[in-house]
Design a protein around this ligand. Structure first.
Ligand code: ATP
Length: 384
């Protein structure tokens, strides 16, 4: 096993816009790193440069403290698990797992020992004589991982390994990959565009946008302290609400009312003119289902609820608002950056399942003002 260090990595295809632009990320020995971002952000290119399938235009790629820029893929001793698993249909599970060992001319006894050990870890020992065509998606995935394990590779690299599976199996396989990675303690880099995979699997997550690293942090840090508007909008479902905001003293004026925010937050946003406030759906609540002593007038507002979606344990309420022209352009650009995943003209609020708010109600909504983020609309930077 080995640490991976990416130092100021640049990749240009032809003379176009860099697909990867000055990215530096350290992956510690045994760490699980996620590379995440919307389509085209450069995550696969970065992974392919680690493995050696793509030349590095500039910067240094270090594996186990050794520069590997010019090493051929086979000399890097990394195991890559592809989206389509790349299994050999005519070979049995046993021979698929054994494949890298056969290629390395290992003696039969060693092949047998390693294949049996890996298949036990992966609970494939009852299927060793079957062919991939007779396996479920999850089992095929495990065979692909078995082939990676037997090689005693320095690191595992995954390129969207679960994207061909249905939602249920994807959930199961996610847990399985996590358990296996922890048990083996092997350095892992995993590419996905799925933020649930990013948040649940990674020790740390690197968020990319158009080739540029936006933030490299633990999942909790990304959720609680996003560095900028892009990360804030990308992480979290339903996405963070973005609203025009003006700060005066420790009051913040939002389209639906004025709230009092903690002084340290307010201090960082003084005299900056119109800002963009970010509030997660979870940080609102129906004031009528809360303890009265938690609710103060300075943290509530009244609004007419447009639509309510009830999901059992919680409900989403939608409240339309109008963004002023000064921030409209910024929010439209953000939507584009996020692949149009979010709607920026309505507030989404996550309500406790006990809430009885219904469509058309004029409701009193509480906001957890300590959790408000304030962003600079021109740079996108999180000021708070
Ligand atoms: P996806 O999730 O869609 O696979 P990605 O984040 O993995 O996207 P990359 O595949 O790394 O993104 O692509 C990054 C950028 O580099 C894109 O603009 C893409 O069009 C470009 N690109 C990728 N491969 C090549 C290539 N072989 N030649 C030219 N441009 C390429």
């Amino acid at each position: 096993m080995a640490a991976i260090e990416m130092k100021n990595i640049v990749k240009k295809y032809g003379d176009g816009f860099p697909a990867v632009n000055d990215v530096s990320i350290d992956v510690e020995d045994g760490e699980f790193l996620i590379l995440v971002g919307p389509s085209g952000c450069g995550k696969s290119t970065l992974l392919r440069m680690i493995v050696g399938l793509e030349d590095i235009t500039d910067g240094d790629m270090m594996i186990g403290g050794k520069k590997v820029n010019d090493l051929a893929p086979r000399d890097r001793n990394l195991s890559m698990v592809f989206q389509n698993y790349a299994l050999y249909p005519h070979l049995t599970v046993y021979e698929n797992i054994a494949f890298p060992l056969r290629l390395a001319n290992k003696p039969d006894s060693e092949v047998d020992e390693k294949v049996r050990e890996a298949s036990k870890t992966l609970e494939l020992d009852e299927h060793l004589e079957r062919k991939p065509g007779n396996l479920s998606g999850g089992q095929r995935q495990r065979v692909a991982m078995g082939r990676a394990i037997v090689r005693d590779a320095e690191a595992f690299l995954f390129d969207e390994p679960l994207s061909n599976l249905d939602a249920k199996l994807r959930g199961q396989m996610r847990t399985e990959i996590s358990r296996l990675q922890k048990r083996l303690g092997i350095t892992t880099v995993y590419v996905t565009h799925d933020q649930t995979e990013a948040m649940t699997l990674g020790d740390r997550v690197a968020v990319l946008k158009r080739g540029v690293l936006q933030q490299h942090a633990t999942p909790r840090e990304l959720y609680e302290n996003p560095a900028n508007l892009f990360v804030a909008g990308f992480i979290g479902s339903p996405p963070m609400n973005f609203l025009p905001a003006k700060v005066d003293g420790n009051k913040v004026e939002l389209p639906f009312g004025t709230l009092t925010i903690p002084e340290d937050k307010a201090a960082k946003a003084q005299g900056k003119g119109l800002l963009i406030a970010g509030i997660r759906p979870d940080h609102f609540e129906d004031a009528s289902v809360m303890d009265a002593d938690k609710v103060s007038d300075e943290a509530t507002f009244n609004a007419t609820v447009d639509v309510v979606e009830w999901l059992g344990n919680e409900a989403y309420a939608y409240i339309p608002f109008e963004a002023p022209p000064e921030v409209r352009e910024q929010l439209t650009q953000l939507e584009k950056d996020l692949d149009g995943e979010s709607m920026r003209t309505q507030l989404v609020i996550s309500l406790d399942g006990a809430s009885r708010i219904k469509e058309g109600d004029d409701a009193t909504i509480w906001v957890d003002a300590r959790k408000i983020h304030l962003f600079d609309p021109s740079t996108g930077e999180n000021l708070t």
